[in-house]
Design a protein around this ligand. Structure first.
Ligand code: NAD
Length: 288
């Protein structure tokens, strides 16, 4: 299949490489020359223009930083410019409202389009083990699935347009809350005289168990290997967790709900991100 890929950063670079490995013919565009050169090394054909990269493509995949950029690229360079009948897939994490707006414009112009944000970080993007949560019509999902399967281990239809973004931010709001709770529990256990490993041994098989504890423990040397064992480098950057919590709070407002724990998690990460945006989000334990 001929696939155009726009946005070859930390995530998109590995994803485009996996499409090549799966036998697709991938044309690539990014504003960064370095990212384009890396894509070329991985077997993509580089282009220096967002419209030209789409010419002849049967599918267009985007992996971009935010909703404003996604909207601009689709409006200026993809919708009405890509081949009639091309399937459009936006894998970026953006706000639900913009995702719905862009998909509606694409549909008016006759394209099938999905929002398909991912769970899993850079390692999963490189390894082809991402989880995709997909919003769009049944027909758009069916057409998007084979493209996404080449880049991930799970592709789940979440519902209509924007449902992928809704699932992503609700999941990450829960993750942010869980991580802070896990860090507080370890910090308090230690102050009360418990050894962190002993607390882990107990809580990991008790009702406090959660992914932040047993797959991503914020305490160095406890549980399976995690960014805590690597000075909180790599993993999921605090700045990205804050981005997702902000998106979640924006969506909460439009949905007329007021998630108290989500608000508090956003405030805590807002403060922590001022000086620590590049550290893994589990490093929040050092402030508690
Ligand atoms: P990144 O900043 O590394 O990559 C974004 C790329 O888009 C860059 O190479 C940039 O040059 C390019 N770009 C920006 N504007 C452009 C434009 N107008 N035209 C063409 N290219 C343009 O970001 P990333 O970490 O790869 O994240 C991409 C998306 O994936 C974000 O929405 C992010 O929230 C989401 N995400 C990231 C992770 C992660 O762990 N990094 C995990 C899940 C989801």
């Amino acid at each position: 299949m001929k696939i155009a890929f726009i946005g070859l950063g930390n995530m998109g670079g590995g994803m485009a490489a996996n499409l090549v490995k799966a036998g697709h013919e991938v044309s690539a565009f990014d504003l960064s020359e370095e990212a384009l050169a890396r894509a070329k090394d991985n077997g993509c054909t580089p282009f220096t223009d967002a419209t030209e990269v789409c010419a002849g493509a049967e599918a267009v995949v985007t992996m971009l930083p935010n909703g404003a950029i996604v909207k601009a690229i689709y409006t200026d360079s993809i919708i009405g410019q890509a081949n009639d009948g091309a399937i459009l897939l936006d894998c970026s994490t953006i706000d639900v409202a913009t995702a719905r707006e862009v998909i509606a414009s694409a549909e008016v112009a006759g394209y099938d389009m999905v929002d398909a944000p991912v769970s899993g970080g850079i390692a999963a993007a490189n390894g082809g083990t991402l989880t995709f949560m997909v919003g769009g019509t049944e027909q758009a999902f069916k057409r998007a699935e084979p493209v996404l399967s080449a880049m991930g281990k799970a592709v789940i239809h979440a519902g209509g347009a924007g449902a992928g973004q809704a699932a992503k931010i609700c999941n990450n709001m829960l993750l942010g809350i869980h991580m802070i709770g896990t860090c507080e529990a370890f910090a308090m256990a230690q102050k009360l005289g418990l050894d962190p490993q002993t607390f882990y041994d107990i809580s990991s098989v008790s009702s406090g168990q959660c992914w932040s504890m047993t797959s991503y423990c914020p305490v160095p040397g406890v549980g399976p290997a995690s960014p805590a064992d690597n000075g909180y480098q790599g993993g999921f950057a605090t700045a990205l967790m804050l981005k997702d919590l902000r998106l979640a709070m924006e969506a909460a407002k439009t949905a007329g709900v007021d998630p108290q724990m989500g608000q508090r998690a956003r405030q805590i990460y807002e403060e922590f991100a001022k000086d620590n945006g590049g550290l893994d989000f589990s490093a929040i334990i050092n402030t508690l």
